[in-house]
Design a protein around this ligand. Structure first.
Ligand SMILES: NC(=O)c1ccc[n+]([C@@H]2O[C@H](COP(=O)([O-])OP(=O)(O)OC[C@H]3O[C@@H](n4cnc5c(N)ncnc54)[C@H](OP(=O)(O)O)[C@@H]3O)[C@@H](O)[C@H]2O)c1
Length: 296
């Protein structure tokens, strides 16, 4: 089996590479089908997914069985000001990969986001619920989903949220740094979602890739919380003596409005390959322990 991972230097791309190398994720071992897999990891320097001709040539030359697209423009505020770049990376890039995958008969696993929803829900969003993105990031990711589903019959769109991995920057690492520098922090308590381990997500992507159960999936760690709850657990479990006080989004305005409620329900995972996503607290606790070990 031959796998192509795009955006391989990002949080999720790195996690996929690590799991494939070790044959094991934090949840457990991956299928033996991956034992002798040839894994090609490329990032923007080696393959810019917005370059239609380059993507076509690369995929036709390598002829992977599965393409796992982890490349994206994830800077939500940056997307607002660089509308065209966001559309190129988050919509045209996946479209290019979908067309190239179709040309060689490969499967495509494309990763998307909770930002495709309006973010004003009250119960976790299921896969079939209507999308209504409010941000350029969300709009560009939604268009990417549509292109993928339209242009590649053998595609999976996997939506996730509040992602953290061992390589790269994320909310957990920011809190760890601030928690070491300060006695007190205020963190928004009126936005709720699902903190998600990139390791758990990568494990499920590899599980899906072995099936023909194409379609849209939600894949987040189980349970939901506010950013304030998330920060409090990070401080508590990492032994940071930093008080985390709640504030409202109005008190801490960001350039781009964030969804108030964008929790996802992993319904289709549960209906197909099985939902092994851990409770967010368990995944976070293991991440913090491992990260501490890596930094020693
Ligand atoms: N992070 C989150 O909280 C979150 C939440 C929900 C969904 N997601 C989705 O999950 C997926 C993985 O996210 P992540 O956190 O792993 O992202 P990430 O760490 O930002 O990684 C994305 C990678 O893609 C690369 N890239 C950017 N433009 C490219 C291009 N034109 N061609 C090829 N590669 C390009 C980036 O390179 P540079 O760094 O050089 O730009 C980076 O290495 C994305 O689809 C994202 O939308 C993420």
């Amino acid at each position: 089996m031959k796998l192509l991972i795009t955006g391989s230097k990002g949080q999720l791309g790195n996690e996929l590479l690590t799991i494939l190398k070790n044959g094991c994720a934090e949840i457990g071992p991956i299928s033996d089908a991956y034992k002798d897999a040839e894994v090609i990891g490329v990032d923007v320097d080696e393959l810019d997914i917005t370059d239609t001709a380059a993507v076509q040539a690369f995929v036709e030359n390598e002829r992977p069985d599965v393409i796992l697209n982890c490349a994206a423009m994830t800077n939500v505020d940056g997307c607002e000001t660089m509308f065209d770049v966001a559309m190129k990376v988050n919509a045209i890039g996946p479209r290019n990969l979908a067309a190239a995958a179709t040309a060689v008969g490969a499967k495509l696993i494309h990763v998307s986001t909770d930002y495709v929803f309006a973010g004003n829900g009250t119960t976790p969003y299921c896969e079939w619920e209507p999308c209504a993105p409010n941000t350029v990031y969300g709009k560009s990711k939604r268009l990417g989903e549509e292109y993928v589903l339209m242009q590649c019959a053998r595609s999976f769109v996997v939506r996730t949220a509040w992602l953290y991995g061992y390589v790269g920057n994320n909310f957990v690492k920011t809190m760890l740094r601030l928690g070491a520098e300060r006695d007190r922090l205020t963190v928004v308590a009126d936005q709720r979602g699902n903190p998600t381990s990139a390791n758990d997500l990568a494990y499920h992507m590899l599980k899906l890739a072995l099936t023909d159960e194409y379609g849209v999936y939600h894949c987040t760690n189980e349970g939901e919380c506010s950013w304030c709850d998330f920060a409090r657990r990070i401080m508590e479990k990492s032994g940071r003596a930093c008080e985390v006080a709640p504030c409202t989004s109005a008190e801490y305005p960001s350039k781009t409005p964030r969804p108030a409620y964008s929790s996802l329900n992993n319904l289709m995972l549960a209906c197909t390959v099985g939902n092994e996503m851990r409770p967010w607290e368990d995944a976070l606790d293991m991440y913090l322990k491992n990260l501490e070990g890596m930094n020693q």
